[in-house]
Ligand binder design. Sequence first.
Ligand code: SAH
Ligand code: SF4
Ligand code: F3S
Length: 447
Amino acid sequence: MPTEDARKVFVHTFGCQMNEYDSAKIRAQLARDGFVGTSDPGQAHLILLNTCSIRDKAEQKMHSALGEYRLLKKRGQQVVIGIAGCVAQQEGKALLERYADVDLVFGPDAVSHVRELVRGALEGQRLLDTTFLDLAEYPFVADVDPDATNQIGAFVTIQKGCDNKCTFCIVPSTRGIEASRPSPQILTEVRELVARGVKEITLIGQNVNSYGLKTPSELTFAQLLRAVAAISGVERIRYTTSHPRDITDDVIAAHRDLDVIAAQLHLPVQSGNSRVLRRMKRFYTREHYLGVIEKLRAARPDMVFSTDFIVGFPGETDDEFEDTMRLLDEVGFVTSFSFKYSPRPGTSALRLGDEVSDEVAGARLTRLQDRQRELSLAWHRSLEGTEQTVLVEGPSRHDVGVVCGRASTFVMVNFPGDESLTGQQVKIKVTRGFTNSARGERLASVT
Ligand code: SAH
Ligand code: SF4
Ligand code: F3S
């Protein structure tokens, strides 16, 4: 049972950076009504699940977590339970019908009026809000994450929604039509974050390369990168997610000109086979993808790449999968996220038929992930003996007296050092490479 006076909110976040960012915006707004965050659901007056429905597994995770929180309520805890995010948008009223002790269900577009919704729920109303808002005046939330003061890196949203129609993807229906956030708001948020000590900014959106294109007077994505880079105190810029079809030469030129942009890019390819890509409606070919990688490497020779893969997409043959395996080696991805295709409600891939059995998809996934681990290890080993400049993120989670930081390529390096180095750029020499990180020793501070 909650004991102290302050009202406490526990937010359980599933899914991608958009959800992490939205959760921070939810906490920031609720702070205005006196809510403080807690990491203990047993102490909370309000439990919010910010949910993801990208794959069936993600959706199931939220249902099992919800089961635990409902149990707290059944045992007498005075707590309002709310479901937010992409499952809330997708299932809406059905969630209220299925769970009598859930008080609140709201989609991503309701984040800007979460205070009203929570007030209503605290007064005993059961509320549903899954309305998509008018894009012309879309209320991107200005309140800055209350936890940003302790962070080295922070996300800044630059757009909402997605106008693509990748045939496997639920996002366009959970997040709605794409809208770009006005650049002055983005730049203001970046300045505020930097003033709180943030050094690394990650611009987020489902397809950042289409930023601003629907508003003729708006900056392009390349111009936005340059404007963020010009803000003093921004030491590193990342962005995600980029669509391989939409990367333009001016963005590639920004990578060439601005050291402050990370030498790492997450560029989800999904498949290495052009016929599969066509059925996914990704609108690029294997050759186009490789061409983009080549151009980026020419612009920035130290650039490394990570990606997402889907295996077992309907109709994917053994040979088509081999193209994906070959692409993995050809690009030499330093990391990747790979998933078995998961059929999602309302998506057009459901109509393709020709399903790949779970067994075949599972075997493909294992092969892909095994090979990726080898490539990741080889990359980290290739760094042994090199000097790297890392931005220190803080103490290592595993070892006392060890801190961790990332270089511009996003390589994670652990090295002996004091917590007081947090936020500094430090020169280290890599002594040993592992699968997911490297170890090093300190050479000097970078001024
Ligand atoms: N906007 C990003 C992707 C967002 S979703 C882009 O276009 O790349 C993150 C990743 O989840 C995708 O890149 C894809 O690899 C995976 N994914 C999306 N839908 C999926 C599905 N139905 N089954 C399996 N993986 C999926
Ligand atoms: Fe989904 Fe495709 Fe949009 Fe990415 S670009 S969010 S995969 S529809
Ligand atoms: Fe999941 Fe929604 Fe993000 S479906 S991946 S939380 S946009």
